[in-house]
Design a protein around this ligand. Structure first.
Ligand SMILES: [Zn+2]
Length: 222
């Protein structure tokens, strides 16, 4: 139970150092409800917690985490399947009216590695294989463009292509596309390299990832 003790001790520290110190803020959040401006779609991977890597506060981020930070294409609302990510997206965009959606991919992604190591043309297997097959076009592109690269290089490229594919799938939801076209919603693709400790952002001008500081040079905590 040592793992659980560690969490309970962490909660006690949170209560002492964050909750008690910010009681008014928590009371406001409880009474007025949440009004986050940002939806984050991140991987379930234990090493890439979006709130930790961005130092966000309670109430700042509406977060969906799934295997390989994927957004499925828009399918029928009554198709008889369970669409957890689409439901969260619907709530964030139509009810909360977030202004930004950030898809955060990351290095050493096990979900993307499962995708890249599935032979082209092979039927996806199990919950994971079926889920990551959402990005199979990204995988096919990488395999076609860099056939002689190492598995690590292919996985790295596919992690980034997967982000682009999720951004494209976001636009298949009509209420996302409408708000983006109206300038009410912005889509972002980020990539966290947990080995180098760097955060890259997709520059729509050249469709390439660059250190995020170069795209947002004025960002400072106020
Ligand atoms: Zn991952």
């Amino acid at each position: 139970m040592r793992e659980i003790d560690r969490l309970v001790a962490g909660f006690k520290a949170f209560r002492r150092e964050h909750f008690e110190e910010n009681r008014d803020n928590f009371r406001d959040l409880a009474e007025k409800g949440q009004a986050p401006k940002i939806l984050i779609i991140a991987c379930s991977d234990s090493r890439v917690d979006p709130a930790i890597i961005t130092q966000a506060a309670p109430g700042d981020l509406f977060v969906v985490r799934n295997v390989a930070n994927l957004v499925p294409p828009c399918e029928g609302e009554d198709s008889g399947h369970y669409h957890g990510t689409s439901a969260a997206l619907d709530f964030a965009v139509r009810d909360l009216s977030v202004r930004h959606i950030i898809v955060i991919g990351h290095a050493r992604c096990g979900g993307i590695e499962a995708l890249i190591t599935t032979p082209v043309g092979a039927a996806p297997k199990g919950f994971i294989g079926n889920w990551v097959s959402i990005a199979s076009a990204a995988r096919d592109k990488v395999l076609q463009e860099m056939p002689t690269a190492s598995l690590a290089e292919k996985t790295d490229a596919c992690e980034k292509e997967g982000i682009k594919s999720s951004l494209a799938n976001l636009m298949t939801f009509p209420w996302v596309a409408e708000k983006v076209t109206a300038g009410e919603l912005m889509l972002h693709g980020w990539y966290f390299d947990l080995n180098a400790g760097t955060l890259l952002a997709l520059d729509p001008k050249n469709d390439a990832f660059h250190p995020i500081e170069t795209l947002f040079p004025d960002a400072e905590i106020d």
